[in-house]
Design a protein around this ligand. Sequence first.
Ligand SMILES: Cc1ncc(COP(=O)(O)O)c(C=O)c1O
Length: 425
Amino acid sequence: MEFEYALSFAQELDAKDPLKGYRDQFYMPNFHANTIRYFTGNSLGLQPKSTASYIQNELNDWAKWGVEGHFHAEKPWFSYHEQLTEKAAKIVGGRPNEVVITHSLTTNLHLLLVSFYQPVGKRTKILCEAKAFPSDQYALESQVKFHGFDPETHLVEVAPRPGQNLIEESDILAKIEEIGDELALVMIGGVNYYTGQLFDMEKITKAGHAVGAVVGFDLAHAAGNVMLKLHDWEVDFAAWCTYKYLNSSPGGVSGMFVHEKHANRPELPRFAGWWGHDKANRFKMEKGFVPMEGAEGWQLSNAPVLGMAAHLASLDLFDEVGMDALTTKSKLLTGYLEFIIDTISEKHKEKCTFEIITPRNPKQRGAQISMFVHGKARELFDKLTDAGVIADWREPNVIRLAPVPMYNSFEDVYYFGQQLEAAIV
Ligand SMILES: Cc1ncc(COP(=O)(O)O)c(C=O)c1O
């Protein structure tokens, strides 16, 4: 499509947008005199207007039933999490027995690593991307130490080539082959939080399996953002948070995927809790952990129902919209943002330029553009914030923007351009 940097053009795209009604189903922050232009749904998604009623229902049932709510609430808390499974599974391309919603993201990563990082003989190394999100780095480093190895030698990072910002996928594949029979695990962020680079998870999984390694992904920036087919891609395990693109409350519950080929492997080492124990016998309160089949066997604790209710509110919206419609709009909206940034960069090149580091190929990114600011840096970002544009700043000079298809409009993107220009001159 030929884009135009004009309000009438943005409004025309909004008028044709099949998802245009969804913006109104979210609270747009309103702490500023200007209309807020919110581009940080990759950090914390907005609150659906329906969330309060989902939570209020549980508060009402808690007031009415007390402990009896576990079995008599309208949505009994004993099995509350089960209502989320199918809807979450659709988002990540998993089968229902491969997905469970539980705990928080880093907790889930650790629980999965305990099972799926199993160094044996010379197969002891982990491959990950350089500059992964710090929590992932710390999780991997501590898992390596937990097994008595040195992260310096056992955590192998693939970095961008000198002078580049993105990781060449071929470098990941080559490194997997090079480490070969010393490679126990590949664990990578499906979408890199900093650059927005989307990796070909199917290819990486195939390459990992070809040398006998296990392959898992952190999908914090991918779930609800890009099309995922975890089952078909034969990914071994994955975890994601639900407070970014999935709009399910600050620090909200997390998701876990365990491929069905591992569904019935009680011999896998795992850190266990009563909620992962055979459901039929859980309340016998007896000794001897027997894991449930599938991803549910990795649960530790009974469901935090208020957080789950917030997630259910958002999942119901995702279920209505579907990932096909969402990713179709996402490509157009992110493309429009890219076009506007390029246009402004060219127009004002004497004063300030923007170097987009997110891949230009729409197949290698989701709803995110990260760009270096050359010439103005932090002062420009502060002006944007003062004007009501909410974006994200990363040192030394990167602005990250997430045009989220569920609630951002083409007009938001146009006005971002206007404020960006105002901040330059
Ligand atoms: C890629 C990635 N991994 C891990 C985390 C940590 O998540 P949590 O604090 O929910 O454990 C985040 C949080 O933003 C993240 O983006």
